[in-house]
Design a protein. Structure first.
Length: 415
């Protein structure tokens, strides 16, 4: 990778990057020149834009979509509390709360749906999704939750408390659906930080009842597996792209925290994938886009700075593979009631297979292997499992294979 610094607002105290979209725009924060306050910033085409606040002193941007919508938190006038915001074309708008004082917007998809969390008057933190109004996403039976990410198919991940209310578990959900517990790596607590358009997720989990022993994880088709560490006792997986390339942070054997890339079941210290002598120590990788570009935070000559890593032909990491000449749109209509059609498009004739799975990865129905011509097509499902029964309402996955490629899309089954 080549490494470059994402600029700030003129304060030597530094800056940080939270995420990068597929248009190449990155967002984060920067200390403001002449102050000890941070403001949300947008990095676009070499220009750094101060997004301002909601009238208060500080703000931070967490995500942006390709339409120029940026989300994060900002202080309103006169108080030092975080409020979720939506920013577009120079206008910052608060999203509100559930009656409490605090809210935070974590992500926005290409449809403009925003997810995050907001407090009630109790005060309890609750995950929300926003489509012009703030909606409570619910919990896993406990009292609290937080949503971290949403993909372009409206799959949402985060953490939520189960009925015992003494821990948090990673969840997967859709707007208006129940939350589905993704489990842990053996410890009591897990968080889900990101979900890609294949409905594969990544996050962090305890591996026992003792902290800080914990691991970043990758989840696909009902199976959660550890990404390992760089030799230490901690790792966390913060983001992944549609090639299932995962980035995050891990401790080394000496206890230092370093940014990592997990790719093709291998974990790489990103500091070993940049040229020597740059003065950079890459500590946390927060996001990776579809081109493989990575943003995060580290130290440059000892000062906190936001970085951008751009892939070069000499990276030495096996190249990822994309979807080739096939597309899988998933179920239509979705949610599904009684039956549906799974739509796809092929650039060339191919052998295809469609399998339906529940959220734990168990087989619901194998719709078979068949030769399909080039062009758009569909495979119908009558809403029944392999035994001829109607599966219970809930979240399910359709796995479509074509020409050596595999796709996964979620769908909600209702009654």
């Amino acid at each position: 990778y080549s490494v470059s610094e994402l600029g700030g607002l003129g304060n030597p105290l530094g800056n940080g990057a939270s995420s990068r979209n597929d248009a190449g725009d990155a967002v984060g924060y920067s200390f403001v020149a002449g102050s000890s306050y941070v403001h949300a910033v947008l990095h676009s085409r070499g220009t750094v834009t101060d997004l301002g606040t909601l009238g208060g002193t500080q703000s931070l941007a967490r995500a942006a979509n390709g339409s120029g919508v940026v989300v994060g938190w900002a202080y309103p006038f006169g108080v030092s509390v975080q409020r979720a915001f939506r920013w577009q074309a120079g206008v910052m708008t608060p999203l509100g709360t559930f009656g409490g004082n605090v809210s935070d917007a974590q992500d926005v998809n290409e449809s403009g749906i925003i997810v995050g969390s907001a407090f009630t008057a109790d005060p309890l933190e609750r995950a929300f999704w926003w489509d012009g109004a703030l909606h409570d996403l619910g919990t896993l039976g406990g009292s609290q939750s937080r949503a971290y990410a949403i993909n372009d198919w409206n799959d949402i991940v985060g953490w939520a408390s189960p009925p015992s209310d003494d821990r948090f578990h990673a969840f997967l959900a859709k707007p208006w659906s129940e939350l589905y517990d993704l489990g842990t790596l053996g410890g009591p607590t897990s968080h889900a930080y990101d979900v890609n358009n294949l409905t594969h997720a990544c996050g962090w989990s305890q591996i026992s009842n003792s902290l800080p022993d914990s691991r970043g994880w990758f989840w696909a088709n009902g199976v959660m597996r550890s990404v390992g560490t760089l030799g230490g006792i901690y790792s966390a997986a913060f983001a992944l792209n549609d090639l299932d390339e995962v980035v995050g942070a891990s401790t080394r054997e000496d206890g230092a925290t370093m940014a990592f890339l997990w790719k093709n079941d291998q974990l790489f210290d990103l500091n070993l994938l940049i040229p020597a002598g740059t003065g950079w120590v890459l500590e946390r990788a927060w996001d990776i886009d579809e081109s493989g570009a990575i943003v995060g935070e580290g130290l440059r000559n000892g000062v906190a700075r936001a970085f951008l890593l751009t892939p070069t032909p000499t990276v030495g990491v096996p190249a990822g593979t994309g979807a080739g000449g096939a597309r899988f749109a998933g179920a239509y209509p979705n949610p599904v009631r009684g039956g549906t059609t799974f739509r796809f498009a092929l650039a060339a004739p191919a052998s295809t297979r469609l399998v339906l799975l529940d959220v734990s990865g168990r087989l619901v129905r194998d719709l078979g292997t068949r030769a399909m011509p080039a062009g758009e097509g569909g495979i119908a499902w009558d809403g029944r499992d392999t035994s001829g029964h109607e599966p219970p309402p809930g979240l399910y996955f359709a796995r479509f294979e074509a020409g050596g490629r595999a796709f996964s899309r979620s769908f909600v089954l209702t009654r």
